[in-house]
Design a binder for this molecule. Sequence first.
Ligand code: ADP
Ligand code: ZN
Length: 704
Amino acid sequence: MNKSPQTLLKEVFGYDEFRPFQEEIINRTLEGKDSFVLMPTGGGKSMCFQIPALCLEGITIVVSPLISLMKDQVQALKSNGIKADFFNSSISLQEENEVIDKAMKGEIQLLYLSPEKLISESNSWLKELNIKLVAIDEAHCVSMWGHDFRPEYTQLKVFRNSLPEVPFMALTATADKSARQDIEQQLGLKESKLFISSFDRKNLSIEVRGQVPKKKKLQEISKFVEGKRGESGIVYCLSRKNTEEVAQYLSEEGHSVEFYHAGMNPEDRERVQTEFINDDTKIIVATIAFGMGIDKSNVRWVIHYNLPKNLEGYYQEIGRAGRDGLPSETRLYYNMRDFVLYSQFADDGANSSMQKEKLNRMLQFAEAKSCRRKILLSYFGEHLTQNCGNCDVCENPPKDFDGTILAQKALSGIARMGEKEGITILINVLRGSNNAEVHEKNFAQLKTYGVGKDISFFDWRDYIIQLANQGLIEIMYSENSALKISTLGKKVLKGEKKIKLTYPVTVKERKTKKPKAVRMVDEGEVNEDLFKELKKLRYSISREENVPAYIIFNDKSLKSMAIDLPVTENQFLAISGVGMNKMQEYGEEFMEVIRKFKSVAKPKKIPTTLETFALYKEGLSPQEISEKRELQITTVFSHLSQLYSEGKEVELEKFVDSKVVDNVRVAFNDLNREISLKPIFEQLKEEVSYGEIRLSLALILKNE
Ligand code: ADP
Ligand code: ZN
């Protein structure tokens, strides 16, 4: 009897619900149809082919170019009791034969293959297999329009044509509209249906800081991570050298940090990655090679040390933060140098004009003065109707002003220097600085010399870049970044057109960010001590079994355990991420830790006044509180008085008439201000209740 996708989701993977589209994609695949799955990193693409693979009798082929990930993915499947294997250049001939043997015997449900192997083996044993589904992961690699083109991928169409009846599924986290069509065509998908899940990751805050000099950048980063001690994060750099420099700086500042790049030997890379996954190292400074497919749910922040080459890569990289849905921060640093450098790289590479175009879009994003999430999502074809409120622009909206005169100053400076000079010298001239180059070139004689003294160097830079973005100035990268005036710029210079500029936002002005109230839906109180214990256990098992810790249970599962404290098999199975296999494999050990914890931990006694306070805050009247708590009304008044004296927000005035308070004050003073209720009660001829006296005294004493 075949189990339903829903049953498999729970029994095998331990999840209660499908994410949007997963079930539809699975059902469509089971009907034998092709699909195109576009979901963000961490969106749950794998589930879309893994569950059909379990339903279909035969083998599912998964093509992926990320060889380094295959092992982890296969281990993760195996840990859930699924028969999976991989076949790529990293395994020995003997291992190859074992895999082939198992595949031929029908003992493999999912087989991960690199595209090279798929091509080289497609006419031998692969042909003999009972292939029921083919999933092409990272499908954007087939498109020349994408940013990660892999020539081997273009051969996949031949494979597709050799299996006309088998459903194919293309999966990717990055593909704009033109790339999508290209991918469908290149892979030969037939009447495929496109599934795009939302790319909006609301829990990620977005911030961009431009033109920060290196030293300051390092200081800022160090300060940033200082405030995040104990939390995991990644700094992405473009060069290997940078990763080592930044890591060293942070290490000297006392942070738990390692670098990671493709120039390291595989053992070191593996070690660094494992230590990060296990939280032994908190910060990784890496080239973009790091992080692909790491299912580390508790990465709390991502910093880009340089401008990424395109928005696809940028979004994927920041997407590695906050996979557990908790608020996480991202920050991008960029400067024009990065941009110029890549423009030159792009000139030399294949697809140069397209790469440049993507780079331009990246820069536009970095320099944008409107909601960044809107820009980012619209690039991926999703249109937000409202500003996000969780990016630096939303939090600090720029103010604009009539920038015509300012623009004219800059433009006339450019004109007078013969349109041959770059930004720096232009600013020096405008600011009238006594710089050697300025004098050498006789620019101090120019009429524009010193006309912009009142504006700081960095602000000028910001304005000039705004002028470039508005198309008044062209930066000629091929001519040492000389500035030229465009037709539009000429109009402004002649006073035929007005323009607006926005005030530069200085970093100091930025409001410090409060974490947004985005929380895990099912979050309760995580018992941190228990969470640590569970992590320790997970760590020792991962060492014993030689698998990454997250494959045993991810952080979210451990957190759920530390909230729900499961001690029976049924309770344990209810934890998200616990399927039958993991229950049998690890359940007892984890529950043992939880049981021990429970027997030691004493329930915390909540002070009785705080219980009253909680009800008060819920809006209950003193009378209602006294009924609910089965207490005397006097006791409730006494609680409220005490809470009020302690400074809690209690509107005590509401419960006692101000005339009564005045009378109590007189009696209290007559009786030498002794805090004793009975004499006051008697002094007032037993007309004022003890409760009212208590309230009055609290008010009198607090407000003197
Ligand atoms: P992608 O391949 O899209 O980057 P993955 O397939 O690796 O993402 O999934 C990301 C994480 O989400 C994995 O830990 C996966 O087990 C989990 N996941 C997938 N589907 C669900 C679901 N329906 N409910 C809960 N978690 C899920
Ligand atoms: Zn925004």
